[in-house]
Design a protein around this ligand. Structure first.
Ligand SMILES: Cc1cc2nc3c(=O)[nH]c(=O)nc-3n(C[C@H](O)[C@H](O)[C@H](O)COP(=O)(O)OP(=O)(O)OC[C@H]3O[C@@H](n4cnc5c(N)ncnc54)[C@H](O)[C@@H]3O)c2cc1C
Length: 657
């Protein structure tokens, strides 16, 4: 029996073990609008003199990590921070383009904290926790004030107020932006705040250092094993608490809009040490990216969702119509989003816009090479607003498009297609952002918390900064109040074991000396994930993917070729470790997708759709967070379900029509 036949004959249950249900015990049982205040009040405090005696490790310097480092440093804790880039400012957050949400209601268009909460719960297709989402909406207004105080140059209107635009899945304008460089400007703000703490001596920064293992002593997260990426030295660092702010894992698909370095290693290592991994199959496919252009490509480029404010999406009515788009008259065009979803039009949420693009391409109406593209057209906007206005709003995005495609988007419609962009899954955390390992906190895209099965645009920056500036600094104290914890050093058996496992893995990767590059394996894994665990998933496809991933993983460990040594700057070695973790993660994603036999948000199971092809949830069976526990090497993972209760937003079939 081949691997593939064996898998076909197995019940989904044979891929995992069902564990006990879990709950989040940290959100106070008071009305939702009082929960965060109540939690902050109940959390134990650490007095300023004692904070100096407490050490916190933060891995990651993107918006989630830098904001946490700056705030905890300012509070007086000793913070040690790591990132693998050569500067904290190069974290992937810098790539964020379109904006950051906040319920300020500057436009007086009916926005409120409650509406942001409602939109996010609905946008996430009822697979996020109400308590967390409400807090996110509440804190959103403070983030903008904080960033303005730091000098972040948000776009302003003529009258001087901060300007806003709209993002998908909402009917108000609540997205604050700095042209198409919002992430960069926010990160410079957070970075300056960290630099200030570095100068003050409360934050110590280690760039070009990669965390390869978590150290758990007596059930608590107490440190990390780090590789100095320049010298190859393996180091240990200890603290009273560890924070992972290490971003998302979209690069498991090989091609994505994420920065090339984004990877899962930090959170995956923590998973293997006992931290639960939640909803790994919840991936966001972004509808507006520059289409794949060939096999040589290793990166995809996002065209910000903000473009959907003014750009109109269409395909020719007939698949036979191969005319230059400018020659196609209105009556021969299908503005399919405006047609199918008249209330939200081009601003439907990302999961819906992506699937609709796939559907029209599957019908043979896609444009460009291979028919995998749709038009994003600014002709109307340019006529209505003038080229100058369009240029002022989106100029850098237009020039990026022109540079990559060689086409002038002011003259010819852009061609776009969905691509992997964000991962809603991540390490499971409670309301305090603490993982299932005491002392291990997880912030930003690395945790699973607030976006359910589909993240609304401009809400990742909001969440990362909410976590780092406001939430974590008000919850981690409750844990640290029991510290300082007993000293740990290199002789502790748990530390010896952690260091040895890192060394053994590096040696093993270097020793294989096979015939295929790391990238060729990664590309093949990515293709499998895209074909079977991407925009559409089916029972049959997922089983096929699982069988092939397991085979490919074996081939990897016997045939990968990693040149060079550990004791030098060795990017092949860095990538080799990350891809090894992607194999394991890919497997868990497929199992998670297989078990969740419903469609919700970005998780579209072909077997579960409405008559008109929309995602069909099964709330009786699947209104839960899936929190996966590592079952051991080559053992089945254990599924813990955290039931989701909706007390405030009524669960119903989403409609954007
Ligand atoms: C092209 C693009 C545009 C986007 N635009 C928007 C937008 O307009 N609005 C919005 O809300 N969201 C946007 N997003 C999403 C958003 O940018 C990210 O979700 C967010 O920036 C993630 O921030 P983070 O701090 O969690 O992680 P990151 O910014 O990814 O930072 C991760 C950090 O962890 C470090 N790290 C990781 N692993 C290790 C390790 N093992 N050892 C040491 N260090 C490690 C890295 O060095 C880095 O410092 C966009 C995403 C993309 C791809």
């Amino acid at each position: 029996m081949t691997n593939s036949e064996l898998f076909d004959s197995l019940d989904a249950n044979s891929f995992y073990i069902e564990g006990a249900d879990i709950t989040d015990t940290k959100a106070p049982q008071v009305p939702i609008e009082r929960r965060w205040e109540e939690r902050r009040f109940r959390a134990r405090l650490v007095n300023p003199a004692n904070r100096r005696k407490l050490d916190v490790i933060i891995v990651g310097t993107g918006l989630a990590g830098s904001s946490a480092a700056a705030t905890l440093g300012e509070a007086g804790y000793n913070v040690t921070c790591f990132c693998y880039q050569d500067s904290p400012r190069r974290a992937h957050s810098i790539a964020a383009q379109g904006g950051i949400n906040a319920a300020k209601n500057y436009r007086n268009d009916g926005d409120s904290i409650y509406r942001l909460f409602y939109d996010t719960v609905k946008g996430g297709d009822f697979r996020a926790r109400e308590s967390n989402v409400y807090r996110l909406a509440e804190v959103s207004v403070e983030i903008i004030d904080q960033c303005v105080a730091q000098g972040v140059p948000f776009a302003r209107e003529y009258g001087g107020l901060l300007d806003n635009r709209s993002f998908g899945g909402v009917q108000v304008s609540r997205t604050f932006y700095a042209r198409g460089q919002t992430g960069q400007q926010l990160l410079i703000g957070a970075y300056q705040a960290v630099e200030r703490q570095i100068a003050a001596g409360t934050v110590e920064m280690h760039t070009r250092h990669e965390m390869l293992e978590l150290i758990v002593v007596d059930g608590r997260a107490r440190g990390v094993v780090i590789r100095d990426m320049v010298t190859g030295a393996i180091e240990t660092h200890f603290a009273d608490a560890v924070v992972l702010a290490t971003g998302g894992y979209g690069n498991v698909f090989f091609l994505s809009t994420n920065a090339m370095g984004c990877n899962v290693t930090a959170t995956w290592r923590a998973y293997r040490k006992g931290a639960y991994f939640a909803n790994p199959c919840f991936t966001q496919i972004h509808p507006t990216c520059i289409p794949v252009s060939g096999d040589y490509q290793s990166k995809l480029t996002l065209m910000s969702e903000s473009l959907r404010n003014d750009g109109r999406i269409w395909v020719p009515r007939s698949g036979e119509d191969k005319r230059d788009p400018r020659q196609i008259p209105e009556e021969d065009r299908d503005y399919y989003l405006e047609r199918i979803y008249p209330s939200f039009g081009n601003l439907v949420p990302r999961d819906i816009a992506s699937r609709a693009a796939k559907n029209v391409c599957d019908e043979g109406r896609g444009v460009g090479p291979g028919g995998l593209g749709v038009y994003l057209d600014f002709a109307d906007a340019i006529e209505r607003l003038g080229r100058q206005t369009v240029e002022a709003k989106y100029g850098n995005l237009f020039s990026m498009y022109a540079q990559i495609t060689g086409e002038d988007p002011y003259a010819v419609p852009m061609r776009i297609y969905p691509a992997v962009h964000y991962t809603m899954g991540g390490l499971w955390v409670d309301y305090d952002l603490q993982s299932s390992i005491p002392g291990l906190y997880v912030t930003g895209e690395a945790n699973f918390s607030d976006h359910g099965a589909n993240r609304l645009g401009a809400s990742a920056l909001m969440q990362g900064l909410a976590d780092g500036y406001f939430v974590l600094p008000n919850t981690i104290n409750d844990y640290l109040a029991d510290g300082p914890f007993p000293d740990v050093d290199d002789s502790h058996p748990a530390v010896v074991q952690a260091v040895e496992s890192v060394r053994a893995r590096i040696d093993k990767l270097l020793a294989v000396n096979g015939s295929r590059t790391v990238d060729s394996f990664h590309r093949e894994l990515g293709r499998l994930m895209w074909d079977y665990c991407g925009m559409e998933r089916s029972e049959e496809g997922l089983r096929k993917a699982l069988a092939r991933i397991r085979e490919l993983k074996k081939e990897y460990w016997s045939d990968v070729r990693v040149l060079g040594t550990n004791e030098e700057l060795n990017q092949a070695l860095e990538r080799a470790g990350r891809v090894a973790d992607f194999f394991e993660l890919g497997e868990l994603m497929c199992i998670d997708a297989l078990v969740r036999r419903e469609s919700c948000g970005g998780h579209f199971r072909v077997e579960s759709q409405t008559a008109d092809g929309e995602a069909l949830r099964d709330d009786d069976e699947f209104a839960y967070v899936s929190a996966w526990e590592f079952g051991g090497e080559d053992r089945r993972p254990i599924l813990h379900k955290e039931p989701l209760l909706y007390e405030y937003v009524e669960m119903k079939q989403r409609s954007y029509k």
